[in-house]
Design a protein around this ligand. Structure first.
Ligand code: GCU
Length: 614
């Protein structure tokens, strides 16, 4: 190995070894503001925008500081005052610029931005009802990919990662009238981003989920959790944030269980709850998704969360929900609403439509929300209608395995997801990646992620969608990551990719560990809705998709440790990698429903299969 490369590898290895031991609480996002609370102002609506392909709002040529006349974040009212008596001179105008609906990705807002991948500045003007002594925060549910946030000309925060929430405090910057919130959104991915530059889903740049202004007392409830333990106890915590956080009396109340639990915060403002679960407590299951209103109170502040109580565990090759073996009857879903021009705008109604197809159409009890943390609305609807959830962070195909910064980023995404969703009964599996080729640095990266998950949430199962190896008709999994996983999951496309016939699919044999549950996390075949070919059954026809499903389900039924299925995919979705002019046109067509919600013939094949599974 040439000296230079040897030195680089050694340096990177040393960086790894020298990296400080990972401490879970360092990953707790600075602010959470979870739960439903009063005093929330939703800033959804028309936001003006200014494209900035050459990033002039940040830098000028030669990396020089940006020309002030191009700095979109400036408080132009103040600048105009300062430039008097002369007129202020700007080469942008966010007050008179074009506008689009937020939340929603810019790629669907106007044809001009369909394939725009870069920096766009957004502005929202708003007034705020401010009360003395209160604190003010902006909560962004998701901005894809990098966000630079300015309020009234001042930078108040930035974030990297397109699928998890972040909060910035604006108590000192907010004004009662005429606030100017400017967000620079950069959709560009690169060698160090998570995910990397190439995926099999569309760009969807922008402010893709709601933005809210939240006002709280000076000391407020920032985080609160409660869950049912294997020992049958209700255990949880409450975290206060503010000058009066330590040694405060707090309360947990579940009126429906006639349960009130007082506690006191410690020096760090944290209180813990631990009590035997009342005998009357009804456990959450997909068939009976009982949710309880749980009130967390500290004088001056109160939040409520709707929580279901259940346990999830593995025993040998069984997955146990509330101690009972369960088979996961599922499907994969992208965060993309049904419709001809989706904008990754999945609100409560869109989530109900997608998940309703799984629950009522396919008779499913499970969904794999792929390949990134979905909108919170999805999780709350899954809680409510009774669907178990696989949640995943976008460590997809390949990322920069050797970069400690990329690992920190992935860990932070995992932490933001866990802190956001750990009260969701529906979430039972944390996935730390999808289809990443086996290599030492990759396995080290994933192992560190598994460590993160175990430290932050030991109550749920860890998995990852793995690639399989094949010798003849035998498929086996030789992945060193297996030992880190509670549940094994594999993606298999025999009969679609490659030259297997559907008859060959029936001959496939699986050599997998007998002591762990196995899931088929993906299998599927493209079909253009309406393309019928009963005689020749060529690929891309609904007829081929039907036969493909029949053959794969029959093969799956023979795998003794198989404990669940999530075929690829519920709905056709946009992907720049799918450009067959007749059958795809920028859509991955492996959906069992088309982009407009039209069911394909194979939908009923899977529905029938799930109905037959007790
Ligand atoms: C992969 C991948 C998906 C992709 C699918 C496909 O397995 O995980 O993101 O869309 O296969 O090829 O359609």
């Amino acid at each position: 190995m040439p000296m230079k490369r040897l030195l680089t590898t050694l340096t990177l290895l040393l960086a790894w070894i020298a990296a400080p031991a990972f401490a879970a609480d360092t990953l707790r996002p600075p602010l959470l503001l979870i739960g439903t609370r009063a005093n929330v102002q939703d800033l959804s609506g028309r936001w003006t925008y200014s494209k900035d392909l050459y990033r002039t709002g940040f830098t000028d040529i030669n990396g020089w500081v940006a020309k002030s006349r191009m700095q979109r974040h400036r408080d132009v009212d103040v600048a105009a005052e300062e430039s008097k008596p002369g007129p202020a001179f700007f080469e942008f105008d966010l007050d008179r610029g074009p506008a689009m609906d937020i939340p929603g990705a810019w790629n669907s807002a106007t044809p001009e931005l369909r394939y725009f991948d870069g920096l766009i500045w957004f502005q929202r003007r708003f007034d705020a009802a401010m009360k003395a002594g209160q604190r003010s925060f902006l909560r962004f549910e998701a901005v894809n990919y990098r966000a630079y946030v300015y309020l009234n000309g001042k930078e108040v925060g930035r974030h990297e990662g397109g699928f998890t929430p972040f909060i910035v405090e604006v108590t000192d910057t907010l004004r009662a009238q005429g606030n100017r919130l400017v967000v620079g959104v950069d959709s560009k991915h690169d060698a160090n981003s998570v995910p990397g530059e190439i995926t099999d889903w569309d760009l969807y740049g922008g402010i893709t989920r709601p933005v809210k202004l939240i006002q709280t007392p000076a000391t407020f409830i920032d985080d609160a959790t409660l869950r049912l333990t294997e020992a049958g106890r209700l255990a949880g915590s409450l975290q206060l944030n503010g000058p009066q956080a330590a040694n405060r009396a707090v309360n947990l109340r579940i009126a429906a269980l006639n349960l009130t639990l007082p506690a006191r915060t410690d020096a760090n403002g944290e209180a813990r709850f631990d009590v035997a679960a009342p005998a009357s407590l009804k456990r959450w299951t997909p068939n009976a998704p009982t949710l309880y209103d749980v009130d967390f109170e500290a004088d001056g502040d109160k939040i409520r969360d709707r929580i279901g109580f259940r346990t999830i565990a593995v025993r040998g090759s069984e997955i146990l929900l509330n101690g009972q073996p369960i088979f996961l009857k599922g499907i994969c879903i992208h965060e993309e609403e049904i419709g001809p021009n989706p904008a990754r705008r999945v609100d409560d109604a869109a989530a109900r439509r997608l998940l309703g197809e799984v629950k009522n159409g396919l008779h499913g009890n499970y969904v794999r929300l792929s390949h990134y943390p979905h909108n919170e609305a999805m999780l709350r609807v899954a809680d409510e209608i009774g669907l178990l959830v696989w949640s995943e962070i976008p460590v997809y195909w390949t990322v920069n395995w050797d970069s400690p910064a990329t690992l920190d980023l992935a860990r932070r995404m995992q932490a933001e997801t866990i802190y956001r969703d750990r009260n969701r009964a529906s979430v039972v599996l944390w996935s730390i990646g999808n289809e990443t080729p086996v290599a030492e640095n990759r396995t080290r990266f994933h192992t560190a992620l598994a460590e993160t998950v175990r430290a932050l949430d030991p109550s749920r199962l860890i998995s990852a969608a793995l690639l399989v190896e094949r010798k003849g008709d035998t498929l086996h999994i030789a992945d060193p990551l297996l030992k880190e996983l509670d549940v094994i999951a594999v993606n298999t496309y025999a009969g679609w990719y490659g030259d297997d016939t559907l008859a060959d699919v029936g001959k496939l044999r699986w050599e997998v560990p007998a002591d762990k549950p196995l899931l088929f996390s993906e299998f599927g075949a493209d079909a253009k809705a309406g393309f019928r070919d009963p005689a020749l059954k060529r690929k891309f026809s609904e007829d081929y998709q039907v036969d493909y499903y029949r053959a794969t389900l029959a093969m799956a039924a023979k795998v003794p440790t198989l404990r669940g299925l999530s075929p690829w995919v519920l709905k056709d979705f946009r992907s720049p990698r799918r450009e067959h002019p007749v059958f795809q046109n920028g859509w991955n067509r492996k959906g069992l429903i088309s982009e407009t919600g039209q069911r394909k013939l194979a939908f009923d094949v899977l529905a029938e299969h799930y109905r037959s599974l007790k």
